[in-house]
Design a protein around this ligand. Structure first.
Ligand SMILES: NC(=O)c1ccc[n+]([C@@H]2O[C@H](COP(=O)([O-])OP(=O)(O)OC[C@H]3O[C@@H](n4cnc5c(N)ncnc54)[C@H](O)[C@@H]3O)[C@@H](O)[C@H]2O)c1
Length: 268
């Protein structure tokens, strides 16, 4: 207490704790999803439903995080899958406190050659599940006193995404979706936010990047390195915890500073 301020001081670090809460991580099998599952358990989560379309991956991550892990296998881009996941997850502890939706993927095709199939696939894998899951879990959370939703977008939704225009458009749509979600569901105590990763060295990127591409991407970032999947998990934990209690409808860019750079040639 000071002379001019007698408001109580909270225990700030406890705001990162999610003790006793139940979370669903969609796309939990590898990379950002795996790290987010660990982050939530380390912060005290009672249950983390580890969702993956790949049965082995779901089982492995659920086992790896210990007694809090529950494997769930299915495709969250379908209405049936999303509805079954919500019902199964609710049945475990009677309520869901948080959703982290990591599912997303990009194909590289020029606009002039892009097929209808690719365009539809990108909308499904980057945007449709956000609609389906936020609706299903929003209905549950609005009845049970609120919760948090976190979606993984991409910097490709902010600036031109060469050779993956449909991916960029879907991720931009995802960030717009999160804003409206936050506005419509805020009154129920539900917060919705997104994380926009830059280049992250996930297992999938590890497999496709050669040494030259790694050096190029690292050198392009003011922090002079590519991101780690744990960097995205840290942002997901922030949005899933009370540390971000007054933040909703926002996208946090986690890109090593690339987006902060002046995008025009400097001629002085
Ligand atoms: N890696 C990067 O540089 C980067 C950059 C920007 C954005 N992102 C975004 O980050 C997210 C994670 O990307 P990644 O490459 O690390 O993940 P990934 O594709 O390697 O892993 C995601 C997990 O989701 C599972 N999955 C896929 N489709 C599913 C479905 N329909 N239902 C349930 N589970 C499903 C996969 O089996 C996998 O285990 C994506 O949304 C991606 O668009 C990645």
């Amino acid at each position: 207490m000071t002379t001019g301020d007698n408001s109580p001081v909270p225990d700030f670090l406890s705001r990162l704790r999610v003790d006793g809460r139940t979370f669903v991580v969609a796309g939990a099998g590898v990379g950002m999803g795996r790290m987010t599952s660990h982050a939530l358990v380390q912060a005290g989560a009672k249950t983390v439903v580890c969702v993956d379309v790949d049965a082995d991956r779901a089982a492995e991550i659920a086992a790896e995080i210990g007694p809090a892990g529950v494997a769930w296998v299915g495709d969250v881009t379908t209405r049936e899958g999303a509805a079954k996941l919500a019902a199964d997850a609710e049945a475990i502890n009677g309520r869901i406190d948080g959703l982290v939706d990591i599912v997303g993927m990009a194909r590289w095709e020029s606009i002039l050659d892009m097929t209808d199939e690719t365009f539809d696939w990108e909308i499904d894998i980057c945007l449709r599940h956000a609609f389906l899951l936020s609706q299903a879990f929003g209905r549950l959370m609005s009845k049970s006193g609120g919760g948090t939703m976190v979606f993984i977008a991409s910097v490709s939704g902010f600036t031109a995404a060469p050779m993956h225009a449909a991916y960029g458009a879907a991720k931009a749509g995802l960030m717009a979706w999160v804003q409206t979600l936050a506005i419509e569901l805020g009154g129920f105590g539900i917060r919705a936010n997104a994380v926009a990763p830059g280049t992250i060295l996930s297992p999938r990127m590890e497999a496709v990047f050669n040494d030259e591409q790694r050096a190029l991407n690292a050198g392009n970032a003011p922090l002079q390195k590519m991101g780690a999947t744990s960097d995205i998990a840290s942002a997901a934990l922030f949005f899933s915890s009370d540390m971000s209690a007054y933040v909703t409808g926002r996208t946090l860019v986690v890109d090593g500073g690339v987006d902060a750079k002046f995008p025009y040639p400097v001629t002085l």
